[in-house]
Design a protein around this ligand. Structure first.
Ligand code: TMP
Length: 212
C-alpha cells in the first residue's frame, strides 16, 4: 500500500459523507463546504460515482442492469480514477477533500447487502484506492422506509434506489457495523433531524478533524 504512505503529514484531510438513499448527505456536505469556504478554507467537493469524466460515465451505468461483480468493478473503476486524478493530488497539495460516498458505500451495498465476498471486496478496494482511507466518515443514518419515501420525490430514478426494502435494511446494517468497528473515525448523525441541525453537527465533526 505504498501510495497511502506517500502522503505527507501536512496533507489535506479527507472527509467522506455517507448515507442510504434519501438520507440528505449531498445537501449536508454542500452546506458544510459552503460554510468552510465562507471562512476562507478551500475544500474540494466531489462525489462517487462521478467527480471525473470517466466517473460520470460510470454513474450513467447505474441505469443498466449489472451483474453484482460487474457493478462492484464499475464503482471501483470510478473510484480508482477519482483517487488518482483528483483526490490524491488535492490532498498532496495540502487542500481538504469532501467526497459524497467512498469505500464505506461499497462495503455496505456490495459486500454486506449484496453479499459479495467481503475479503475480495476489501482487497479490490484497497487496490483501487492505493490504501487511501478517510480521516472522517460522516454517516447520515435514516430508516430505509423514510429515506426511500424522500427519494421517490426525486426526478433521477437510480436503479439501486428501487431495490426492495430488505436490501436497504441490510445496507443500513452494513453502515452501522462499520461505524461501530471504526468509532473513532465515524460520526453518526440522525438524518431525521432538521437539515440545518444535521449540517451543524456535521460541521462540528469536520472542524474537529481539520484541526487534528
Ligand atoms: P447517490 O446519488 O445517492 O450517491 O447514488 C449512487 C448509488 O450508487 C446509490 O444507490 C449507492 C450506489 N453505490 C454503491 O452501491 N456502491 C458504491 O460503491 C457507490 C459509490 C455507490
Amino acid at each position: 500500500m505504498g501510495p497511502a504512505l506517500a502522503l505527507g503529514a501536512d496533507r489535506g484531510r479527507f472527509i467522506v459523507f455517507e448515507g442510504g438513499e434519501g438520507s440528505g448527505k449531498s445537501t449536508a456536505s454542500a452546506a458544510v463546504v459552503h460554510r468552510l469556504e465562507a471562512e476562507g478554507i478551500p475544500v474540494l467537493h466531489t462525489r462517487e460515482p462521478g467527480g471525473t469524466p470517466a466517473g460520470e460515465l460510470v454513474r450513467g451505468l447505474l441505469h443498466e442492469p449489472l451483474a453484482p461483480w460487474a457493478e462492484l468493478f464499475a464503482f471501483l473503476a470510478a473510484r480508482a480514477q477519482l483517487v488518482a486524478t483528483v483526490i490524491r493530488p488535492t490532498l498532496e497539495r495540502g487542500e481538504h477533500v469532501i467526497c459524497d460516498r467512498f469505500a464505506p458505500s461499497t462495503f455496505a451495498y456490495q459486500a454486506h447487502a449484496r453479499g459479495l465476498d467481503s475479503v475480495i471486496v476489501r482487497t479490490a478496494n484497497a487496490a483501487a484506492t492505493g490504501g487511501l482511507e478517510p480521516d472522517l466518515v460522516v454517516y447520515l443514518d435514516i430508516a430505509p422506509e423514510t429515506g426511500l419515501a424522500r427519494k421517490r420525490g426525486e426526478a433521477e430514478a437510480i436503479r439501486t434506489g428501487l431495490e426492495d426494502l430488505e436490501f436497504h435494511r441490510r445496507v443500513r446494517e452494513g453502515y452501522l457495523l462499520q461505524a461501530r468497528s471504526a468509532a473513532a473515525r465515524w460520526t453518526v448523525i440522525d438524518a431525521g433531524l432538521p437539515p440545518e441541525r444535521v449540517a451543524e453537527i456535521a460541521l462540528e465533526a469536520v472542524r474537529a478533524t481539520l484541526h487534528r
